[in-house]
Design a protein around this ligand. Structure first.
Ligand code: GDP
Length: 389
């Protein structure tokens, strides 16, 4: 168990991924900023216009916006050092290891403090694509790096030069995603009867996520479970191909292409489902791979069993047979069996929903994850790793 350190640290963040822009890394960064030493933190972030100014004003931390992107350029380095000299941080945090790790030597030397970086799915993709040397360079002056899953850690390990690696997956807001939410409105919006068995996939529409496989097996599921509905929520480049595939299933396929749901409606959309399914698969010889799959955690926090594909870190997000099922995303039989199992047994579904909720509360909630990050910062500052140079 990690305890929230008592000492208030002054932190300087440098990140190109920051709300109000939407995205997984932006959410990751925002959730940590909000919870870890918020009132003694200054963030150097990318240009974001008036929306950015309105957003920044509402935060407990101060944000300095650069005139462009936050990349490892001389101008960004100068700005960060200037802000750092005024703020006098105990530690610098980089929102991404690559490419921002390139700035670690300059910042560490100029400010005389340790530099810590978060890593995400991208860095593992770089390692897989033969770019390990880039990671070795970007991590050579880091006091610590965080990794989102055991799988990404395995990809990165040969190249990481940082002295500490700590597992820090993106978390879930367990107050926001909750089993007690009423999914009736989402069902109504999608035209799904309140008593119809409902399988859903809430995700970007891209081949890796496996919505095409769900459509391929759906006629068999409908044969076994007449009246069942498949809701594909989200948008993306595979949208029109998926619409064609759905249309080819016939006049009443029991498929809803729901499009993107607004951020506020996301928790209710999960709560409307009986089973969440995203049978993702690895493509392009490992280049296109699931880092973890935050959607599986959102589903389980909502008390819904989750079917995940065996790709990258995705199997780590589900306890196979307990909170959902892990399948080979290229094996239609396995996908059918998993869907059939959960649709056939409401009691098993409810038990899995309870187990999933417990699991997410204890291991994946933002409170737990932010505490772990706060402990890491404390450790790094306390151990006073000598700074490069
Ligand atoms: P990634 O897209 O590969 O980063 O997949 P993740 O599963 O790691 O994260 C995707 C995030 O986008 C999750 O929080 C999803 O709930 C969210 N998301 C996916 N589709 C939609 C949508 O249609 N609307 C909204 N508001 N969020 C979505």
């Amino acid at each position: 168990m990690t305890a929230r350190p008592s000492r208030q640290l002054r932190t300087l963040w440098l990140t190109n991924d920051l709300p109000p822009r939407a995205g997984g890394i932006e959410q990751f960064v925002a959730n940590l900023l909000e919870r870890v030493h918020p009132t003694s933190t200054v963030v150097v972030g990318p240009a974001a216009g008036l929306d950015g100014a309105a957003h920044d004003e509402r935060q407990p931390y101060r944000t300095v916006r650069h005139s462009g992107s936050i990349l490892p350029t001389a101008r960004v380095a100068r700005l960060a050092v200037e802000v750092g000299r005024l703020h006098r941080p105990d530690v610098v945090v980089l929102g991404a290891t690559w490419p921002l790790g390139e700035l670690a030597p300059t910042l560490g030397r100029a400010l005389g403090v340790p530099v810590v970086a978060l890593s995400h799915g991208l860095e593992a993709g770089i390692a897989q694509a033969g770019g390990g040397w880039l990671l070795a360079r970007a991590t050579r002056d880091l006091a610590a790096i965080t990794t989102i899953s055991a799988w990404t850690e395995e990809q990165l390990a040969p190249y990481l030069r940082a002295s500490r690696h700590v597992r820090l997956p993106p978390g879930v807001d367990v107050a926001r995603f909750h089993p007690d939410l009423d999914g009736a409105q989402a069902r109504h919006a999608w035209g799904v009867p309140s008593d119809a068995p409902l399988v859903g996939c809430i995700s970007r529409l891209v081949p890796r996520k496996g919505q095409d496989q769900l459509l391929a097996v759906w006629p068999e599921i409908r044969r076994r479970h007449p009246g069942a509905v498949l809701a594909l929520v989200g948008e993306g480049p595979a949208g029109s191909e998926l619409a064609q595939r759905a249309a080819a299933l016939g006049p009443d396929p029991g498929v809803v292409l729901a499009g993107r749901v607004p951020w506020e409606a996301l928790p209710e959309s999960h709560a409307a489902l009986d089973v969440f399914a995203m049978p993702c698969r690895t493509r392009w010889g490992g280049l296109d791979v699931e880092g973890l799959g935050i959607v599986y955690l959102e589903a389980q926090a909502s008390g819904v069993p989750a079917i995940a594909g065996r790709s990258g870190g995705a199997p780590e997000a589900v306890i196979d047979g307990v909170t959902g099922t892990v399948v080979d995303g290229e094996d239609p039989r396995a996908i059918i069996d998993a869907l059939d199992r959960w649709l056939s047994d409401p009691a098993a579904r409810a038990a899995a929903g309870r187990a999933g909720r417990r699991e997410v509360e204890s291991r994946w909630s933002w409170t737990v994850i932010a505490d772990r990050f706060a402990s890491l910062l404390d450790e790094v500052v306390t151990s006073g790793r000598p700074v490069a140079g």
